[in-house]
Design a protein around this ligand. Structure first.
Ligand code: NAD
Ligand code: UFG
Length: 346
């Protein structure tokens, strides 16, 4: 609702910055807390440029209880969108303590302070990775949250369990101001704001397909390694459900609308409900950018699965949300951001 204050943790990051744009455009007041461990404050300057509105930025860590308390003392927060977290799968295998410390402990500090101030509405950035490796390629929310294969994914599953327990405790005690918690399980967010002013700005060599392909297209990287050509998929390469980041953050706005009328903890998939293979992504990039994407098919990447895509029907039924953008929009918007900002925010 217009004028309500939303605390956006990790708001300077890729998805958080796009959420700030949508929130400001829907007339919310936005307070961002970010320690800039994986982002630059320039993203927020650009958010203000896109929206011609201002937001409040506090550079702090969500594990800093005093900093969080100060925010809740100063601002009458309606709800929290919780994006802050570390997200690199490979890095999490090498630095598990850092991942659990940042993601799990960070969420504990945040929810503790929220509870102290009686602010008990939260939308959490979860991931399809919490489903582990189920026996199906189409994931619906009733699949067990079990078997994430790396500390990053396990941290998301653990946080989901913690948040479910908070809601359960309020049910047991018949709390007068119960937790309202929405877990949003993202499939593969890609794309950028249509202005080309904000987008994904990974540090170093990208791990994920789309940032890698776009850096090949812009000439920063020589060629793409396609991880596996012998999967049981349409063309042997991995299939994923790519979702435009603006569609994704619109899902958060619809989740925000539903707070106030739900109780407890609810999980929703945010995905398009359709998968594309790596070769289909390469073809779309070549078509849209006019560049050739050199690639080589190499061995499978450890931990990858062949194929997955969302069953997004619950979000349509209960949040009146579905994706609107098509693959060509995702690629064109990625390319606009990448070609206008070949070195990201630097
Ligand atoms: P990102 O790294 O661009 O953004 C995360 C932001 O959180 C960064 O700005 C970082 O500086 C900040 N941050 C990290 N730890 C912090 C802490 N302790 N205190 C304060 N700020 C902190 O990542 P993103 O792609 O925007 O992802 C946002 C969220 O969505 C993450 O929780 C991520 O795990 C989740 N998610 C992302 C994807 C994806 O593919 N991008 C998929 C599923 C889930
Ligand atoms: N791929 C390549 N070459 C690359 C990078 C990726 O061929 O250089 C392939 C992968 O093998 C996969 C597809 O492109 O088939 C997509 O890979 P990404 O790394 O872009 O995405 P993932 O589906 O592996 O990972 C994403 C998120 C993770 C999350 C996971 C499960 O990035 O954070 O989904 O939800 F854990």
């Amino acid at each position: 609702m217009s004028g309500q204050k939303i605390l956006v943790t990790g708001g300077a990051g890729y998805i958080g910055s796009h959420a700030c744009v949508e929130l400001l455009q829907e007339n919310y007041d936005v307070i961002v807390i970010d320690n800039l461990s994986n982002s630059k404050s320039e993203s927020l300057t650009r958010v203000e440029k896109i929206t011609a509105k201002s937001l409040t930025f506090i550079q702090a860590d969500i594990r800093d209880k005093q900093a969080l308390s100060d925010i809740f003392t100063t601002h009458d927060i309606y709800a929290v969108m919780h994006f802050a977290g570390l997200k690199a799968v490979g890095e999490s295998c090498l630095q598990p303590i850092r991942y659990y410390q940042n993601n799990v402990y960070g969420t504990l500090v945040l929810t503790e302070v929220m509870e102290e101030f009686g602010v008990k509405k939260i939308i959490f950035s979860s991931s399809a990775t919490v489903y582990g490796e189920p026996d199906t390629v189409k994931y619906s929310e009733d699949l067990p949250v079990y078997g994430a294969t790396n500390p990053y994914g396990k941290s998301k599953a653990m946080i989901e369990e913690i948040l479910k327990d908070l809601a359960q405790a309020d049910t047991l005690s018949n709390a007068s101001n119960p937790w309202e918690i929405i877990l949003l399980r993202y499939f593969n967010p890609i794309g950028a704001h249509i202005s080309g002013l904000i987008g994904e700005d990974p540090n170093g060599i990208p791990n994920n397909l789309i940032p890698y392909v776009s850096q090949v297209a812009v000439g920063k990287l020589e060629q793409l390694s396609v991880f596996g050509g012998d999967y049981p998929t349409i063309d042997g390469t991995g299939v994923r459900d790519y979702i435009h980041v603006v569609d994704l953050v619109k899902g958060h706005l619809r989740a925000l609308d539903s707070l106030g009328s739900i109780s407890g903890c609810k999980a929703y998939n945010l995905g398009a409900g359709k998968g594309y293979s790596v070769l289909e992504i390469i073809a779309a990039f070549e078509r849209i950018t006019g560049q050739t994407i050199p690639y080589e098919i190499v061995d499978r990447r450890t931990g990858d699965i062949a194929e997955n895509y969302a069953d997004p029907s619950l979000a349509l039924r209960e949040l009146s949300w579905q994706t609107e953008k098509k693959l060509d929009d995702m690629v064109a918007d990625t390319w606009r951001w990448q070609s206008q900002n070949p070195n990201g925010y630097e």
